[in-house]
Design a protein around this ligand. Sequence first.
Ligand code: GLN
Length: 189
Amino acid sequence: MLALQGDVREHAALLEGLGAEVTLVRRPAELAAVGGLVIPGGESTTIDKLSRIFGMQQPIREAIADGMPMLGTCAGLIMLADRVVDAIEGQESFGGLDVTVRRNAFGRQTESFEAELVVRELGERPVRAAFIRGPVVESVGSDARSLAALADGRVVAVEQGRILGLSFHPEITGETRFHARFLAHVVGE
Ligand code: GLN
């Protein structure tokens, strides 16, 4: 878990429930010791700033280039997107997903909502997804692919190799299948 800011505890509890050994990553040496990285929801502008202050931006970019499995939710998806619309001035992402995301595309915190998504790769049971000031994937480049969209067609889950990005928070609705998919990448399935 990247533990600079955000809902680290919820993700860690879910991962531990799936039998994973969770390390909180704040330093390059800690990153070097893990087999995959979850980037939580929170505030992408803050995670960006702290990752640079902690000297983590470059090591994370290198880990992504080396094929380390990643799972980013909400702000974490923004951090993993190659292109970010409505970023604040100077905001940077790690990149890794060939997508363009728009920050805060669903409006304010009070406009949070839940939706059911069909994700073919996860089986028949729909995904219950909580959207909290999340980003929307505005376009998916040729290296990435959409995993799920809302009924109106807006893409909210993407995958590129061993990198998964979600607009919503599965860790809040008890949805474990994305984390299980991430862990399968970590153990090399
Ligand atoms: N709006 C936040 C951002 O831009 C993301 C919200 C979230 O992670 N729940 O980073």
